[in-house]
Design a protein around this ligand. Structure first.
Ligand code: UT7
Length: 331
């Protein structure tokens, strides 16, 4: 069985918010943000929804794969910022793109969401339950961010990325001897540390009980704790995935990491003793879009021809939960 990503797509809101724009809102500076995070600007929704961005990204991925929406078996949307609690975003996407025969549901693993969705789809495809899947990461985090909190509002952005994954019975071996498909995946969760990055839903308010405390509806983050977790856990789980796949860092062409902070990515590269040139980044122009960062970067690298068939790629994500994971695949 071969599992291949045959199409990628992305969609971003039009509005660009620069660090200079943020200087007008909170006590910060372009210099501080660039130095501490690598971010210069991000996209912010002025009405674009999680489902509309996701649907646009899906259409582009399907177009690249040469497939129609009617052929889609499974739609998995990873999001932590849907515009509706019910129905789920994946069902909205199903309707928006016209994938009438697909099964659709959401998955929330925050910034690891796209990776977890890809691994979930892989399991469905490997067992022959479905033949293909649209995997999406889509977020409008701007509505979850407290624009008065300089510790978080400088980091996040809005956007969506999608990948179309197909299974085929035949194995596909490239000229370099590598076989296409998923070689290994490692996933982990540490719920005991979940409080360091959280965002509350509505307070309990029913006919029988009402919470009297006012719950902040915004993202709360202990940035340093998340930073420490990421710089320790990400290289460890990438190494674990490579060991499991019986590969080394040198066998990897590209490391597509969750774009949370340039310093985190540099630290991961250092821990792995891998060249920085193998870590493409786009965080400077779009910030941290949680579940959307990996598929948007993947789409960018795919469309600009950087990633080629036969390349070995490590995808790795981490975020609220806390969740983390790494997958090794041959493109
Ligand atoms: O997808 C996962 C999502 N989350 C993350 O990936 C977050 C991971 N953590 C980080 O990226 C970093 O911790 C941050 C970028 C959030 C913060 O950077 P830091 O280097 O850890 O800064 P810090 O929190 O240690 O703060 C250092 C100083 C403090 O001032 P004092 O106490 O030294 O006077 C902060 O008050 O920087 C101050 N500060 C700022 N100054 C200007 C914090 N935020 C800002 C800001 N502009 N936006």
């Amino acid at each position: 069985m071969t599992i291949r990503i045959t199409g990628t797509g992305s969609a971003l809101p039009e509005k660009i918010v620069t660090n200079f724009d943020l200087q007008e809102l909170v006590e910060t500076s372009d210099e501080w943000i660039q130095k501490r995070t690598g971010i210069a600007q991000r996209r912010v929704s002025t009405g674009e929804t999680v489902s509309a961005l996701a649907a646009e990204a899906c259409k582009r991925a399907l177009e690249m794969a040469g497939k129609t929406a009617a052929e889609v078996d499974l739609i998995l949307v990873a999001t932590c910022s849907p515009e509706l609690l019910l129905p789920c975003c994946a069902c909205q996407v199903q309707d928006l793109i016209g994938a009438a025969d697909a099964v659709a549901f959401d998955l929330n693993a925050a910034c690891s969401g796209f990776l977890f969705a890809l691994n979930t789809a892989n399991a469905y495809l490997q067992t022959g339950i479905y033949k293909n899947a649209l995997i999406v990461g889509s977020e409008v985090l701007s509505k979850l961010v407290d624009w008065k909190d300089r510790g978080t509002c400088i980091l996040f952005g809005d956007g969506a990325g999608a990948a179309f994954v197909e299974a085929s019975e035949e194995t596909c071996t490239y000229e370099n001897g590598r076989r296409a498909g998923m070689e290994c995946m490692v996933q982990g969760s540490d719920g005991a540390k979940g409080r360091v990055l959280s965002c509350a839903e509505r307070a309990l308010n029913s006919a029988f009980y009402a919470e009297d405390e006012t719950i902040s509806p915004y993202i709360q983050m202990d940035g340093q704790a998340v930073y420490k977790f990421a710089t320790k856990q990400v290289p460890a789980c990438i190494q674990q995935a490579l060991d499991k796949a019986e590969r080394t860092v040198e066998d990897v062409d590209w490391f597509i990491l969750h774009q949370a902070n340039v310093r985190i990515i540099e630290s991961v590269a250092k821990h792995l003793k891998a060249e920085m040139a193998k870590f493409p980044m786009n965080i400077h122009k779009i910030g941290n879009m949680s579940s959307a960062t990996i598929p948007v970067l993947l789409d960018e690298c795919n469309r600009n021809g950087m990633i080629k068939r036969g390349d070995r790629i490590v995808l790795s994500g981490f975020g609220a939960g806390l969740t983390y994971g790494a997958s090794v695949l041959v493109w």
